[in-house]
Design a protein around this ligand. Structure first.
Ligand SMILES: [Zn+2]
Ligand SMILES: [Zn+2]
Length: 95
């Protein structure tokens, strides 16, 4: 009585996919490299409002510099890490 292929349980692991970064889901970290909150400008900010606001925010590659931080003219771009926050149609905006 040999269990032929009954114990092939390891196969199931293949179906577990890691979280994928979808195009359009780019997002800079809320605290920048200086640990300053990009929402309110406070260092080491732990504000729940900032965290929630950051989670809701949507970012796209900067259309002015295409993520290179310098515009084609050579001027430094005012975007954030080559990303800019985008404001989808103000559905459910509360303030
Ligand atoms: Zn903050
Ligand atoms: Zn830019």
């Amino acid at each position: 009585m040999v269990p032929a292929e009954a114990d092939a349980s390891g196969v199931l692991e293949e179906s577990t996919m890691p979280a994928q970064v979808i195009a359009g889901e780019l997002k800079p970290s809320r605290l920048n490299f200086a640990q300053v909150c990009i929402q309110c400008g406070d260092r080491w900010c732990h504000s729940p409002e900032c965290i929630a606001q950051h989670q809701r925010s949507r970012w796209v590659v900067c259309p002015d510099c295409f993520g290179e931080l310098y515009r084609p003219s050579g001027d430094p771009c005012g975007c954030l890490y080559g990303l800019v926050e985008t404001y989808p149609a103000a559905a459910g905006r509360q303030s």
